[in-house]
Design a protein around this ligand. Structure first.
Ligand SMILES: *Cc1c(COP(=O)(O)O)cnc(C)c1O
Length: 351
C-alpha cells in the first residue's frame, strides 16, 4: 500500500490527522537560528501563551521537541521520586500505560482498573479516595483514544486536589476536540500533542505546568533522572534566553498556525461534537455496535468489528475502494474494534 505521498487519501485516523494546508505552508518558511535569535524566544513564548489561552490556563506552558508521548514521560520523570505512590487511573489503554512510566522512574504505581466502556464517575472516585489517598500524584486520561472514552476531568481533578494529590492528565486527543478548561479542572500537568485535533504533523508535545507541580519538582530530595524529560529545564527559558536543546523551529511555526486556526474558528468544538454525533448515528443506523456505553469523545468513534469479518480487511477496503484511511486498534482491543477519527480543526470545506 503506497500512500505516503498520496494526497487523494483522506486521513480519518485517530491521529495523526489530516494537516491543514496553511500549516504545511508555515512549516516551509525560512528561519534563523532559533538558539540565537531573540525574536524566536518571543515567538515561542507568544505561541505558548496562545496555547494557554485556548486551554484556559494561566499555568506555565511549554512546547517540547518530541511526539506527544514525551509529555507523559516528562510529567512522570519530573514528579516521581523512588518509592512515591502514584494512583494510575486505568479506564483505557493509555490510562493503564502510565504505570510503566511511573515504574521506570522508580515510583510505586497503584493501578486502579475500571470499566473501559464508561467514564469514571466523580462519586466513585470520591469513595475510592476516602479509603486510600496517600498518593503523590494521580494520572488519568482526558480522552482515551483506543476506545474513544471521555473522562470528566473537570469533575475528577478537583476531587483529587482536595486530597492534596497532584494530577497529570493526558489530553493529547482531548484538547481541541472536547472542551478543556485546565484552570477550572485544576490540572497540575496537562499534556497535548501536535498531531491530533490540532491538525499539525506529529513531532511536538504541549504541556501546561502548575505552580504546585513546579513546587513538587523543586522539593525533590533526588534530582530528576532525565535530561530530555526534565520539565524544570524549561522553567526559566525566557529569562535565561536559553533552551535545553535546539527548538524545532519549523515544527513550531506550523504549530503556531494550527493554534491560530483553532483560535479563529468559533465553531471548532461544536463542529467536532456534531460530526461525532453524526458518526455514531450513521454507524448504529447501519446496524453496527459502538464500543462505549457512555462518555463518547468528539475526536474518535469506536465500533466492534462485525462477526465474521477481519479488521484489516475493512481497513484495506476503505483505502483501496474509498480512499479513506481509518484505523484498527492495539493492545487489548487489537482486531476487535475499528476507529474512525474525526478530529480536524478546519471547517470541512477547507480541509
Ligand atoms: C496519540 C496519543 C498519545 C501520543 O501517542 P502516540 O500514539 O505515540 O501518538 C498519547 N495519549 C493519547 C491519549 C493519545 O491519543
Amino acid at each position: 500500500m503506497d500512500v505516503l505521498n498520496n494526497t487523494d487519501i483522506k486521513i480519518m485516523t485517530p491521529g495523526p490527522t489530516q494537516v491543514a494546508d496553511n500549516v504545511y505552508r508555515a512549516r516551509s518558511l525560512r528561519t534563523t537560528n532559533p538558539d540565537l535569535d531573540p525574536a524566536f524566544y518571543d515567538f515561542y513564548r507568544d505561541t505558548c501563551h496562545l496555547f494557554g489561552k485556548l486551554i484556559h490556563t494561566k499555568n506555565a506552558c511549554f512546547i517540547l521537541g518530541g511526539e506527544g508521548i514525551l509529555g507523559l514521560e516528562a510529567a512522570c520523570a519530573s514528579l516521581t521520586e523512588p518509592g512515591d505512590r502514584v494512583l494510575v487511573i486505568d479506564n483505557g489503554i493509555f490510562g493503564k500505560g502510565f504505570a510503566d512510566f511511573v515504574s521506570m522512574y522508580q515510583g510505586d504505581p497503584v493501578t486502579w482498573s475500571l470499566d473501559y466502556h464508561n467514564p469514571l464517575a466523580p462519586e466513585v472516585l470520591r469513595d475510592y479516595l476516602e479509603k486510600d489517598h496517600a498518593f503523590k500524584y494521580a494520572t488519568l486520561v482526558h480522552s482515551d483514544t483506543p476506545s474513544g472514552l471521555l473522562n470528566p476531568v473537570e469533575a475528577l481533578c478537583p476531587i483529587l486536589k482536595e486530597y492534596g494529590i497532584l494530577t497529570v492528565v493526558d489530553s493529547v486527543t482531548g484538547m481541541f476536540a472536547d472542551e478543556l478548561d485546565v484552570d477550572r479542572a485544576q490540572i497540575d500537568i496537562v499534556c497535548g500533542g501536535s498531531q491530533k485535533a490540532l491538525s499539525a504533523p506529529p513531532g511536538l508535545t504541549l504541556v501546561a505546568v502548575s505552580e504546585d507541580a513546579f513546587a513538587a519538582m523543586h522539593q525533590r530530595k533526588e534530582p530528576i533522572r532525565s535530561f530530555y524529560a526534565n520539565l524544570l529545564t524549561f522553567e526559566t527559558y525566557y529569562e535565561d534566553q536559553w533552551f535545553p536543546y535546539t527548538m524545532p523551529v519549523s515544527d513550531i511555526m506550523g504549530l503556531r498556525q494550527a493554534l491560530e486556526n483553532v483560535a479563529s474558528d468559533p465553531e471548532h468544538l461544536k463542529r467536532h461534537a456534531v460530526i461525532a454525533a453524526a458518526t455514531r448515528k450513521a454507524l448504529t443506523d447501519a446496524g453496527l455496535t459502538l464500543y462505549l456505553e457512555s462518555g463518547f469523545a468528539s475526536s474518535v468513534t469506536v465500533f466492534y468489528v462485525p462477526e465474521g469479518m477481519k479488521a484489516q480487511d475493512i481497513l484495506d477496503t476503505m483505502v483501496k475502494e474509498h480512499h479513506i484511511m481509518i484505523a484498527g486498534c492495539f493492545d487489548v482491543l487489537a482486531g476487535k474494534v475499528i476507529r474512525i477519527g474525526h478530529m480536524a480543526t478546519m471547517p470541512m470545506k477547507q480541509i
